[in-house]
Design a protein around this ligand. Structure first.
Ligand code: 5GP
Ligand code: MN
Length: 338
């Protein structure tokens, strides 16, 4: 669609002054990188563009250019609702269904702005007037780069934009190692470095700013690791008590699930995290190869995502959720066994 309708989008942009850009709830590097990258681009084109995130995001993203201007919906509802109701265009980035915006969804549903979705998750809902969806893309940041390029504006990519887009491509590809990383991804990355993204600084800001508490929590998580060799599955759990004991901060468990996949022979890894204040168990699923964790999360844990990375939740206790998981697992033995 994007190629045939890019002229229409260009015309919409020419008309619009006020633009709101929204990442998904629990924004990650790709969500914040893509929204802030697009924000800088639109501001440089003369629009009043604002990023409104449904809720707060981790400390390791708070150095991104433009971070200080992000509005957190949960903390600033009145101002956000006004910006949304005045917006002529709303860009929704890095998610495929409005319910991924949490409590911000209602304000978005009431808006009569033109909606543009840019996203790489499977099975996009059709709430947007313009849907740029491509599940083969490594990241939404790679798509924002392509979007700017299709608007014939690649020359307008500043060091700030390049930094934001580099960050999201890097985090969503596990630093360029997941199978979603294509030669195109590397070409985009090369161009972003040419345009001013400082790769060493970005890697340092994201990966080398850990707290001692986070590493102690990782120690606990790894102590809790369980392995089912036969079904090539590994899982980790963290209870609320364990999180509290290590003074858990948002983002501290980011990447923990990948340790399961780093075990020899394991193709399916899960982390179960107790969230007492929401009364849920939040899960992250990761896989290698053909095992589709998006389908798994959708079928059993009210979730979704991509083939190799998805999330979900459960209303059972932590223990009962793990019991349920272990009961379901044998149904997939044909795909999981060697
Ligand atoms: P993470 O495990 O890092 O939170 O998420 C992995 C992927 O699954 C991300 O692309 C994320 O957007 C998606 N995802 C995580 N949780 C959910 C969920 O509850 N529902 C849906 N539909 N997708 C999710
Ligand atoms: Mn993404």
């Amino acid at each position: 669609m994007i190629d045939t309708r890019i002229l229409e989008i260009t015309a919409e942009l020419a008309r619009a002054k006020n633009i709101v850009i929204v990442p998904h709830k629990g924004p990650d590097g790709d969500a914040m990188g893509s929204t802030l990258g697009l924000m800088h681009f639109l501001r440089n084109k003369g629009h009043e563009a604002t990023v409104i995130a449904p809720n707060d995001y981790p400390h390791f993203l708070k150095w991104l250019p433009g971070n200080d201007e992000v509005i957190i919906y949960e903390n600033d509802k009145e101002r956000s609702d006004e910006l949304i109701s005045n917006a002529e265009i709303v860009f929704t980035l890095d998610f495929n269904d409005l319910n991924r915006c949490g409590s911000m969804q209602d304000a978005l549903l009431e808006s009569d702005a033109v909606f543009v979705m840019i996203d790489h998750h499977q099975e996009p809902s059709d709430y947007a007037h313009y849907t740029y969806s491509d599940s083969k893309m490594s990241s939404t940041c790679e798509m924002v780069y392509k979007f700017i390029d299709k608007l014939r504006a690649a020359k307008m990519i500043t060091p700030e934009i390049a930094t934001c887009l580099y960050t999201g491509i890097m985090t969503d590809t596990g630093s360029f190692r997941f199978s979603s990383t294509s030669s195109h991804t590397h070409r985009v990355i090369a161009d972003l470095i040419d345009k001013g993204a400082q790769n060493d600084k970005i890697h340092n800001n994201i990966y080398d700013t850990n707290s001692e508490n986070k590493f102690q929590l990782l120690g606990t998580a790894l102590q809790n690791l369980k392995v089912n060799k036969d079904l090539r599955t590994a899982y980790i759990s963290l209870s609320q008590e364990e999180l509290d004991r290590h003074n858990f901060q948002k983002g501290d468990t980011e990447g923990f699930v990948n340790y399961g996949l780093a075990l020899d022979g394991i193709i399916f890894a899960v982390i179960f995290i107790e969230k007492e204040n929401e009364n849920i168990i939040k899960m992250s699923f990761r896989s290698k190869g053909d095992f589709d964790v998006n389908k798994f999360a959708r079928a059993h844990f009210e979730g979704g995502g991509h083939i190799n990375a998805a999330g979900g939740k459960s209303n059972l206790s932590l223990n009962d959720t793990i019991v349920k998981f272990n009961e379901i697992l044998p149904q997939y033995s044909e795909q999981l066994k060697k």
